[in-house]
Design a protein around this ligand. Structure first.
Ligand SMILES: Cc1cc2nc3c(=O)[nH]c(=O)nc-3n(C[C@H](O)[C@H](O)[C@H](O)COP(=O)(O)O)c2cc1C
Length: 80
C-alpha cells in the first residue's frame, strides 16, 4: 500500500505532527503552499481564516505535484 501525506503548516505545528507520522509510516510527503501566503500576524490569520470559511472562499494554492492514482492512502494534515 503506497501512502502520501499532503499537508499545510502555517507555523510548524502540523509539520511536527507530519514528521512524527513519517517516523511510523512509510509515505511520500507533499507540502501545500498558498499562492498568497498568510500574514505573519497571528490574530490577522485567525480573523482571515474565519472570514474565508464564512464566505466560502477557497484560497488558491500552488500546484501540488502529486498523482493521486499512485497512492492507496492519502493523509491530509492542516491546522484547524
Ligand atoms: C488559515 C488559518 C486559520 C486559522 N483559524 C483559526 C481559528 O479560527 N481559531 C483558532 O483558534 N486558531 C486558528 N488558526 C491557528 C491555528 O489553528 C494554530 O496556529 C495551529 O497550531 C497552526 O498550525 P501550524 O503551526 O501547523 O500552522 C488558524 C490558522 C490558519 C493558518
Amino acid at each position: 500500500m503506497k501512502k502520501a501525506i499532503v499537508y499545510y503548516s502555517y507555523s510548524g505545528n502540523t509539520k511536527s505532527i507530519v514528521d512524527m507520522i513519517k517516523e511510523k509510516v512509510d509515505a511520500d510527503v507533499f507540502d501545500i503552499k498558498p499562492k498568497e501566503p498568510y500574514s505573519n500576524d497571528y490574530d490577522e490569520v485567525v480573523y482571515l481564516g474565519q472570514d474565508e470559511v464564512n464566505s466560502n472562499t477557497l484560497r488558491e494554492i500552488e500546484n501540488v505535484d502529486i498523482n493521486l492514482d499512485n497512492y492507496d492512502t492519502v493523509i491530509l494534515a492542516t491546522p484547524v
